[in-house]
Design a protein around this ligand. Structure first.
Ligand SMILES: Nc1nc2c(ncn2[C@@H]2O[C@H](COP(=O)(O)OP(=O)(O)OP(=O)(O)O)[C@@H](O)[C@H]2O)c(=O)[nH]1
Ligand SMILES: [Mg+2]
Ligand SMILES: [Zn+2]
Ligand SMILES: [Zn+2]
Length: 245
């Protein structure tokens, strides 16, 4: 009985969250913004990846960040130093962002910048390998990170995030030579859970593998072919392209 009650409660919660996520998504689509939800366990390298991504793509894309952390603005401050608009959301006791919190973030972002001028909003979720993947925030795609130090078995033990991901980065590959870790086994375990996901081994420290990830981001924003000739008014096409990423 207890289990049935909990399941019903969770369904209601996720259902209500989905309505909020749909609302956020309408805002993003209306403004021609592509939104990526970046998720991983604590310390897998989300902020480091975003620092590298912002410095590489800032000249061709207008990027803003919604930064989710339980208590501090440490990550928000790191990304502000990259020179982009950043909204910090403190989730308090919640170990994930939900659609309502991101809605608050979107409305704060509007106070910082005209959303019509933004191409890409990156949401850095709270470090947690489990529930962020269950709470849609209105994103067009989910990006999951798994660092080489976490163990090859994690996709099998924590399948939800890996099943939901549209793109999976295996991070900190510069450390692989110092560990007993088999990258091929990590990839095989990820494929077992999600055969379709795009997988990119990367090191934010050395830059290894980042080019393929950056191209995936360009593609996600509908700017994969010739970024320099993309029409500024071409919003609808961009969203349509993303659906196929
Ligand atoms: N060697 C190495 N270290 C890295 C790399 N990327 C991140 N790190 C280190 O890993 C630690 C955590 O990195 P963050 O980018 O803060 O990770 P995060 O996922 O944003 O962490 P939370 O937001 O707290 O969940 C830091 O000490 C980084 O310097 C990498 O590619 N190689
Ligand atoms: Mg971080
Ligand atoms: Zn609204
Ligand atoms: Zn949670």
């Amino acid at each position: 009985m207890h289990q049935t009650f909990d399941a019903a409660l969770e369904m209601n919660l996720l259902h209500a969250n989905q309505a909020g996520a749909d609302h956020n998504r309408e805002h993003f689509d209306e403004w021609g913004i592509t939104c990526l939800n970046v998720m991983s366990s604590p310390g897998a390298g989300k902020t480091s990846l975003l620092e590298a991504t912002l410095s590489a793509l800032q000249s061709e894309l207008a990027i803003a960040v919604i930064e989710g952390d339980m208590t501090t603005e440490l990550d928000a401050d790191r990304l502000r130093r990259c020179g982009v608009p950043v909204v910090a959301i403190n989730t308090g006791r919640s170990c994930h962002l939900d659609a309502r919190m991101v809605s608050g973030g979107i409305h704060q972002l509007k106070a910082l910048v005209d959303p019509q001028t933004i191409d890409l909003v990156v949401v850095e979720n709270v470090g947690n390998l489990v529930c962020p993947a269950e709470f849609e925030v209105g994103e067009h795609a989910k990006v999951a990170l798994l660092s080489v130090t976490e163990g090859e078995d994690k996709p099998l033990k924590y399948p939800v995030m890996f099943r939901e991901a549209d793109c999976l980065l295996i991070t900190k590959t510069d450390l692989a030579p110092y560990l007993e870790v088999d990258l091929d086994r990590i990839m095989a375990n990820v494929r077992q859970i999600n055969p379709e996901v795009a997988i990119f081994p990367v090191s934010a420290k050395t830059g290894e593998g980042l080019a393929d990830w950056l191209n995936w981001v360009r593609q996600a924003t509908g700017r994969s072919i010739q970024p320099a000739t993309t029409q500024p008014g071409d919003r609808g096409d961009r969203v349509a392209t993303l659906a196929t990423v």
